[in-house]
Design a binder for this molecule. Structure first.
Ligand code: AVJ
Length: 323
């Protein structure tokens, strides 16, 4: 999607590629059945996540924005980017803080946004193009796990990956993602990575199980996504939301727990799931970091922390990483 030329939208295939179905099938047949987190973000899921970001218990979004408000000028002065590239753009609010800093310092030329949700991407690009007419915006409908090759040439870029979404990746996925990203970076590129920090487990668990049940609805919505996309007959009322902090892995897990015995079919995957009462399906992990653990992840990918921006309560951090 360009604001000045016919878009380069990823082909929206009507039939899901077989490998996607096969991967989901394999994931559901594991000892602990798992639904990859990307299925959480259909239009309804993305809308529910936007509501989550406004919940008082979900401190991450407002904290990251506050850090960015204080750090944007320093980040831009250090990275001196001509190009912004945002992975997983959501509603485009945070990128504005960097665009403002770039505009003030007369820098920056293009802004590329990669997001899996076409609707959100189109809306963000439209709004940003009006508000920042001196920048050229480009939207790419894709997945940050597989489409890093479509982000354009390396050099003088500030790549941003906000919200702690890097924490959604399993450690082995995260290793290969950061490794691939680092390989595609030039020495004049920088990566700004938002990470949620290790803290009191009660505070973490509260952020993923709000009393209003918005997170529960977000989690349960994934069953409707699977029903629609893979001809499933999940009954969402037959499951309840569960979120807990796994200290050993330093990650929050979201799971769906079967309230009763039920047989579920996913016709497009030729798959049947016989679930006993109490059976669990994992739907997301959200890894939590310390500066040291992030330093180690970055080093494995060949990156180092150039700057570490955090808030007074050490709830969240933005790390500026370079080769
Ligand atoms: C958008 C992946 C960063 O892991 O905190 C919010 C998603 N899941 N509440 C997170 C989420 C449950 C969020 N990320």
């Amino acid at each position: 999607v360009r604001n000045d030329a016919p878009g380069d939208l990823a082909p929206r295939s009507s039939t899901r590629p077989v490998d996607e179905g096969a991967a989901l099938r394999e994931s559901l047949l594991q000892e602990l059945p798992e639904i990859p987190a990307r299925y959480l973000y259909d239009d309804k899921g993305s809308e529910l996540f936007e509501r989550i970001t406004e919940l008082s218990v979900y401190y991450q979004t407002r904290t990251e924005i506050a850090i960015l408000e204080n750090a944007a000028v320093d980040i831009v002065a250090r990275a001196r980017p001509r190009h912004l590239v945002e992975l997983g753009s959501g509603a485009g609010r945070k990128i504005r803080l960097l665009l403002d800093a770039l505009r003030t310092h007369g820098q920056g030329a293009t802004c590329t946004m990669l997001d899996i949700n076409e609707l959100f991407l189109l809306q963000s690009i439209d709004r940003l193009s009006v508000d920042y007419p001196t920048f050229a915006f480009r939207g790419i409908v894709g997945d940050f796990l597989t489409d890093l090759g479509r982000l354009g040439p390396a050099g003088e870029r500030l790549l941003v990956f906000f919200a702690g979404t890097v924490g959604n990746l399993h450690p082995d996925e995260r290793r290969s993602f950061l490794g691939e990203l680092a390989q595609r970076m030039a020495d004049s590129d920088a990566l700004l990575l938002g990470v949620d920090l290790v803290k009191d487990p009660a505070r973490l668990e509260a952020a993923y199980d709000d009393p209003e049940g918005v997170t529960a609805a977000f989690n349960l919505n994934v069953l409707s996504v699977l029903n629609r996309r893979f001809g499933g007959d999940f009954d969402p009322s037959g499951f309840r939301h569960r979120a807990f902090y796994d200290r050993e892995n330093a990650w929050i897990e979201m799971r769906l727990v079967a309230r009763r015995r039920q047989d579920v079919r996913l016709a497009a995957l030729d798959l049947g799931l016989d679930l006993d009462a109490g059976a669990e399906i994992r739907t997301e992990i959200s890894c939590k970091f310390t500066r040291a653990s992030l330093e180690a992840c970055a080093a494995e990918a060949g990156l180092s922390i150039d700057r570490w921006y955090t808030d007074p309560e050490d709830l969240f951090a933005l790390a500026l990483l370079r080769r």
